[in-house]
Design a protein around this ligand. Structure first.
Ligand code: NAD
Length: 374
């Protein structure tokens, strides 16, 4: 019997976006079936395919669909057909449009290393095997939303502004996540910690950031707070990545640190992300792009998209048990040795995108017979 109805907008986008969201959708349908929930999955156009159909990367109809939904699952945008840097309309503009129009101010990127994939990391196994961190990046303020000015060919100006309210809002997100994570290290619970990353020795915005973070932290006595300057943070992420829990940072620093951190886990095809608005609404997407080099061949890794769907269950639908069950199913499939081409050893046969999706559905179904749904 149906318990509730959730509206979910699916925006597959371009290239492998189409292939990986199809697998995430399979998993969402299985979760709904298992838990007696009703998910209304509606598709919208975004990126190059939307430009082909409407001339716009983010058509009004897509925006309306997102606004009428509880959450959005996006594949990827970007197509070689629209790669001309002089073009006025580009598929990637849809991403900034979605962030702005849907007020997605908090970007969450969890990075966890599956033990059997430690070899794929560029760092030594003993450094990376316990990585389990999440980057909380402010997404709609700071220097990327300043007033850029190119003054002829000799001078250029960018401006960076942060308000106390913007910093407070993102800091609460980071502390709430840290407080609710219950992280363990080799089976033992680890105290919750937020590492706030800034450049307070140079930037006024960072000094406001630091003072505001410290004030908000007082409301969360169970979560430890540490500050790092961004230059030191880049180094510590390489030297001791497993020591981090929640990393809280501004728009530009978060952009850079999240790419640095994503390579630690080995493959682009495994990392999900969420961009949250106030309340529970969020947009969920794999961190990778449309991968035109492998698109249409059925070999893309759908696990980042499937793990993005798990984040959607957790953050937008409040379905923590179901989210954990999907994550456990992905771990079980990897434990059993199944690999898509991007993570397979050179001599190992790889499974297709669709087969990987089916394997996760099978593992979910087998493991959740005793699971209590929300
Ligand atoms: P990309 O992430 O698409 O691909 C980088 C490399 O990783 C490629 O070799 C690709 O084959 C591989 N790869 C990526 N995802 C994979 C997966 N799930 N399984 C297996 N292999 C995978 O980055 P790119 O090549 O720099 O960009 C391609 C297009 O995507 C560009 O148009 C770019 O602007 C766009 N892009 C979009 C987003 C987004 O939609 N959020 C993010 C990044 C790039």
């Amino acid at each position: 019997m149906s318990k509730s109805g959730h509206q979910i907008a699916i925006l597959p986008g371009d290239g492998i976006g189409l292939e990986v969201t199809a697998e995430a959708e399979k998993v969402l349908r299985t979760v709904a079936e298992h838990c007696g929930d009703q998910f209304n999955l509606k598709h919208g156009l975004v990126g190059g395919v939307a430009m082909d159909a409407t001339g716009k990367a983010l058509p009004e109809a897509t925006l309306a669909l997102c606004r009428a939904s509880d959450a959005v699952l996006l594949g990827a945008v970007g197509s070689p057909k629209y790669d001309d840097p002089r073009a006025a309309v580009r598929p990637e503009q849809a991403l900034l449009g979605l962030r702005k129009e849907l007020r997605l101010f908090a970007n969450l990127r969890p990075v966890r290393l599956h033990p059997s994939l430690a070899e794929a990391s560029p760092l030594r196994t003993e450094l990376v095997r316990d990585i389990d961190l999440i980057i909380v990046r402010e997404l709609t303020g700071g220097i990327y939303f300043g007033a850029p000015r190119l003054e002829g060919s000799e001078r250029a100006v960018d401006t960076m502004v942060y308000t106390r309210a913007e910093v407070q809002r993102i800091t609460h997100v980071a502390f709430r996540i840290a407080g609710g994570r219950q992280r363990t290290l080799r089976g033992r619970p680890v105290p919750a910690k937020v590492t706030s990353v800034d450049k307070a020795n140079v930037l006024a915005c960072s000094r406001l950031w630091r003072l505001t973070v410290e004030a908000v932290a007082e409301e969360y006595p169970d979560v430890e707070l540490e500050h790092l300057l961004v230059d030191a943070a880049t180094m510590h992420l390489i030297k001791r990545p497993a020591d981090f829990d929640v990393i809280l940072t501004s728009n530009m620093f978060g952009d850079i640190l999240s790419d640095e951190t994503s390579v630690l886990a080995g493959s682009m095809g495994l990392l999900p992300s969420a961009s949250m608005a106030k309340g529970r609404f969020g947009l969920y997407e794999p961190i990778h792009g449309s991968a035109p080099d492998i698109a249409g061949r059925g070999i893309a890794n759908p696990l980042a998209a499937i793990l993005s769907a798990a984040m959607l269950l957790r953050h937008s639908l409040g379905m923590e048990a179901e989210a954990q069950a999907v994550e456990a199913a992905v771990a079980a499939v990897l434990d059993a040795g199944h690999r898509t081409a991007d993570i397979a050893a050179p001599d190992q046969p790889a499974v297709t995108t669709a087969r990987m999706g089916d394997l996760v559905v099978e593992a979910f179904t087998q493991d959740t017979t005793q699971m209590r749904c929300r």
